[in-house]
Design a protein around this ligand. Structure first.
Ligand code: GTP
Ligand code: MG
Length: 438
């Protein structure tokens, strides 16, 4: 199959697929989108295509207008809109998908001029989140984001009517309907926020429990589809669901990783994307909190992506990390999917990113080096302690083994003499056993 370096189908392969579908007389997709974008030269629409594919929509064609910023009223220029209209008709599309979030006015004007329903990037992403949300918390978070997105649109419509100065046609059922809808939406938003606060409180309790145990925590962060869940599975031998689609993981899952016997908690959570709707970042605050609070972030990147895509993905991840207040967290750059690269490209990659760890979560290559890098990061948080634990205190001994992995022990008449490397924040708990280092 004709795939680009990032493993996604190239535009020509997709076009060939479509032609193929035609010749085999497959049923037509229910939703058939024609993609549009106003973007600087050099960017492309492949990501919107991936998003639509994930949402179950067929892509029939695309048209890009190169301009610095979208037209404030109509997104594209007038002439281009006519071109889109003809091309979308010819391609048998029944939907227009736009690569940016549209203002309510742009959306209305485009729909009027094109005679087809228009969805923007945010609506597509929200739709994917809605269909992938599995936990009660995930569903609440998505519903909140969707309501806020819709409320902004109602508000837009409202101010538009208001501007008409309350003339004929702007009073009556139209107005009161909007007001009622808006009030209902607000009430529901308030209720959702309350329930999410509850969830947040529960999470805080769980986190406090983990902090009491004081295990070092690691969060996987990165662009959607970079291989975070695959890496979690490879590192910890677990079976978090993995799929070649965007935003497969929404709920955070935490697993234990052992390096030289020492346990670490690794959390995999929702992936990021270019222009991640701010409603989602806000709604997923409780989930993203796991990322912010981790002792170490593994920024996982797809090393097989095209260079210009990599740069954009990296910037998007950095910007979301900034938005959630995790930009100062210690972090390691993990370049995944190197099994797809030639030896030459790997070499080049390592030269360009001397600090990065090259791995393949799929083949297991590089995972040992990653483990060592993680241990190096945490080494400075460890303290050497020398303890004398009475024989009667078997519980403490077992716990020390569990937390420190490797301990050296020597039986003496007074008790067990233990030498171990402990996380600094745990040392206090064993202070009562401490003896001077010999
Ligand atoms: N060739 C190759 N493919 C990989 C590797 N790691 C992950 N993949 C594939 O990449 C796709 C996405 O993997 P996931 O682990 O679901 O990615 P993710 O980052 O968790 O994605 P989201 O949860 O959607 O944000 C799947 O098809 C994986 O099989 C790798 O090292 N090599
Ligand atoms: Mg995942």
């Amino acid at each position: 199959m004709d795939r680009g370096r990032n493993g996604r189908k190239t535009a020509s392969a997709r076009a060939a697929d479509r032609a193929d579908n035609g010749s085999r007389q497959l049923p037509r997709a229910r939703q058939r989108a024609f993609c549009i974008a106003a973007m600087p030269d050099g960017e492309d629409l492949s990501e919107l295509g991936e998003l639509l594919r994930t949402a179950g929509v067929a892509v029939m064609g695309e048209m890009v207008q190169h301009r610095d910023r979208p037209h404030p009223d109509t997104y594209l220029g007038r002439g281009k809109i006519l071109d889109v209209k003809l091309a979308a008709q010819a391609a048998d599309a029944n939907l227009i998908a736009c690569d940016d979030e549209l203002t309510p006015r742009q959306e209305r004007n485009l729909e009027a001029e094109l005679g087809l329903p228009v969805v923007d990037r945010t609506a597509v992403i929200l739709d994917i989140f809605a269909s992938h949300a599995a936990s009660a918390e995930g569903k609440l978070q998505v519903e909140l984001a969707q309501l806020e997105y819709n409320l902004a649109r109602m508000r837009g419509l409202w101010s538009h009517l208001e501007r008409l100065g309350g003339g004929i046609g702007t009073r009556g059922p139209g107005e009161s309907q909007i007001e009622t809808d808006r009030r209902l939406a607000r009430d529901r938003i308030a209720a959702l926020r309350r329930r999410l606060d509850h969830v947040k409180a529960n999470r805080a309790v769980q986190r406090a429990e983990r902090e009491r145990v004081a295990l070092p925590t690691i969060a996987l962060a990165g662009y959607t589809n970079a291989g975070k869940s695959t890496l979690l599975n490879a590192l910890t031998g677990s079976d978090v669901a993995v799929r070649d689609r965007l935003f497969h993981t929404l709920d955070p899952s935490t697993r234990t990783l052992r390096l030289n016997g020492r346990p670490y908690l690794v959390t995999d959570t929702v992936g990021f994307i270019r222009k991640l709707p701010h409603e989602l970042v806000e709604a997923f605050a409780a989930t993203l909190e796991e990322t912010r609070r981790a002792d170490l972030l593994l920024h996982v990147m797809d090393a097989s992506a095209r260079e210009e895509d990599s740069l954009a993905m990296r910037r998007s991840v950095e910007s979301v990390l900034g938005e959630i207040g995790a930009d100062d967290s210690p972090r390691l750059l993990v370049l995944n999917k190197i099994d797809r690269l030639t030896a030459e490209t790997r070499h080049e990659l390592q030269l360009n990113h001397p600090q990065a760890i090259l791995v393949s979560a799929q083949t297991g290559e590089g995972l040992e080096a990653l483990g060592e890098a993680i241990e190096r990061e945490f080494r400075r948080t460890l303290r050497q302690v020398e303890l004398l634990v009475p024989y009667a205190d078997g519980g403490s001994l077992a716990e020390l083994h569990e937390l420190a992995g490797q301990v050296s022990r020597q039986d003496t008449p007074e008790g067990v003499r233990v030498r171990a490397l402990l996380p600094a924040r745990l040392v206090q708990r064993y202070q009562r056993f401490e003896v001077a280092c010999s």
